[in-house]
Design a binder for this molecule. Structure first.
Ligand SMILES: Cc1ncc(COP(=O)(O)O)c(C=O)c1O
Length: 360
């Protein structure tokens, strides 16, 4: 028997499944399975990316000062309390690594992002799954699930794959009600798409047990480059920086993200086009008899009458070259999560689903 064994929890991890990217036998596909921006990155970000080729032999700075300054300027934050990571995933990982371990509990919700239990297991902690109420995070259920061992509560707001959002008053009630030893992580991967929501800045400013995370992967169209950030009070950021690798972000990531952040004109256009197409797609799907909640993200969750119907609709979409996301693993065996693409993509999706439902 081998004496080489992984740390407790590691073998409990079910590997993360990303959105499919290909359909066997089809060369032209419309990928709406990973909540990527159909608009790509801004030209200014792409230019910064290209310029960075000249400095590939250089190590990056370790303090991310210019990127943090850009993020702070745009959002009105204290740059000293911004931390940057390899996607927001890495910032979430810093939190798990720094604050949870064997014997601790990490709360996530029924339809929450699949990385949360993975991060808990990876540090030897126990993930605790809490039910949602009608596809919305249930603050009372989370508070009831808290114990003296609770260290972290992960909430995606807006949620993925639900697209629903908790109002700030509810977030505040949650943060206030947690045990003293627990941190609330407000995962804001889709914040830009949620009109009027800033990811929870006021709560971070007011409370030492809250961290918000954000990403360049969605609205900024930089999923392939892997850059995210977090914002919390100084004491927590100081802890997280201790476990951050000094060179976690390359000069290319830093320069591209900074240019993307400074191009808010591009971002505004992406967000408003997405909102318009999202509203159209939501209505079009509802007209075919598919159930869709109001989404505050760049995707919609289409709910069918049964798992079989969702599978058959998925097959119909795939036959047309359209890849969406099955979300049985997120507690929606009867659901398909569909990224909001450009207008033509939304029309194509609605057309195929309309035909499938026999209403076109
Ligand atoms: C809710 C949520 N959080 C975090 C992430 C991680 O994004 P990234 O690591 O690309 O910033 C995603 C990506 O799909 C997500 O959906």
């Amino acid at each position: 028997m081998t004496k080489i064994t992984p740390q407790p929890g590691i073998m409990e991890i079910a590997l993360y499944k990303s959105g499919e990217a290909v359909i066997a036998g089809k060369s032209e596909t419309l990928k709406l399975s990973a909540n990527e921006s159909p608009y790509g990155a801004s030209d200014k970000a792409k230019a910064a990316f290209a310029r960075s080729a000249a400095t590939l032999h250089r190590y990056p700075g370790t303090d991310h000062a210019d990127l943090r300054a850009a993020i702070a300027e745009v959002h009105g934050l204290d740059p000293a309390r911004v931390i940057c990571g390899v996607g927001s995933d890495e910032v979430l990982q810093f939190v798990a690594q720094a604050y949870a371990g064997a014997g601790d509990e990490v709360i996530h919700t029924e339809h929450g992002f699949a990385m949360y239990p993975i991060l808990a297991h990876a540090v030897g902690a126990t993930p605790v799954c809490v039910a949602e109420r009608d596809r919305v995070v249930d603050v009372d259920a989370i508070l009831s699930a808290c114990t003296a061992r609770t260290r972290i509560v992960f909430i995606a707001n807006p949620g993925n794959p639900t697209g629903t959002i908790l109002p700030e008053a509810e977030l505040a009630r949650l943060a206030e009600g947690l045990p003293e030893s627990a941190i609330l992580v407000l995962d804001g991967a889709y914040t830009e798409f949620a009109d009027g929501y800033d990811g929870g800045v006021a709560l971070v400013e007011a409370r030492e047990n809250v961290i918000m995370t954000r990403t360049f992967s969605k609205a900024y169209g930089l999923g392939g480059l892997r850059i995210g950030w977090g914002y919390a009070q100084g004491a927590m950021i100081e802890v997280l920086n201790r476990i951050r690798q000094p060179f976690n972000l390359s000069p290319t990531q830093l320069a591209t993200a900074e240019a993307a952040m400074r191009d808010q004109e591009w971002l505004t256009k992406v967000v408003s086009d997405t909102a318009r197409n999202r509203a159209w797609l939501t209505e079009a799907l509802r007209e075919t008899g598919v159930e869709v909640d109001e989404s505050h993200a760049n995707f919609v969750l289409a709910r069918f009458g049964s798992e079989d119907e969702a599978a058959a609709c998925d097959a119909a979409l795939r036959a047309d070259g359209i890849i969406v996301r099955r979300v049985g693993g997120y507690g929606f065996p009867n659901g398909l999560r569909i990224t909001v693409g450009e207008e033509s993509a939304c029309r194509r999706v609605a057309h195929v689903i309309g035909l499938f439902k026999g209403v076109r």
